[in-house]
Design a protein around this ligand. Sequence first.
Ligand code: SF4
Length: 166
Amino acid sequence: MSVRAPLLYDGVMDAKAEPVLVSACLLGRECRYDGRHNRDSALERDLAARGMTAIPFCPEEHGGLGTPRPAAWIETSGAAAVLDGRERVLTDAGADVTKQFVDGANGALEACKLHGIRRAFLKERSPSCGVCNTHAGGKLVAGPGVTAELLARNGVRVEGVEGRRE
Ligand code: SF4
């Protein structure tokens, strides 16, 4: 079933804390394509120590893809080509999920604007959230995912996190 993730954070926010966008799977939400999470306790401790409030967001769920969902990757070269309308995002069965990925990226940007977020911590290697590495052409390549590319284009500082640290 497709569940569109909400834009607005419904948790408690400290008015003095800096809000930062964080890939929801890094915070323990089971929103990965395979229904698992990438909880990174070291990241949570680090953000708290730096006085940041983590706003969880999963672009692929927001874009309307359900969980679990088929694995997907950028067609050939990278996220810039997807955002510029020159490439698609395809599932491993060949279904076109470009619109859902772009909608999810736009949702992440909208959430940043709504919350005044200038910085995001995103899960590496995802075709949405990857910052230094993503999946294109069925393999791991250098370059960002669709959401990371759109946030960076709009002045949000993106940092990649591998995840799963104790
Ligand atoms: S990496 Fe991004 S798109 Fe993938 S499950 Fe995590 S938050 Fe969602």
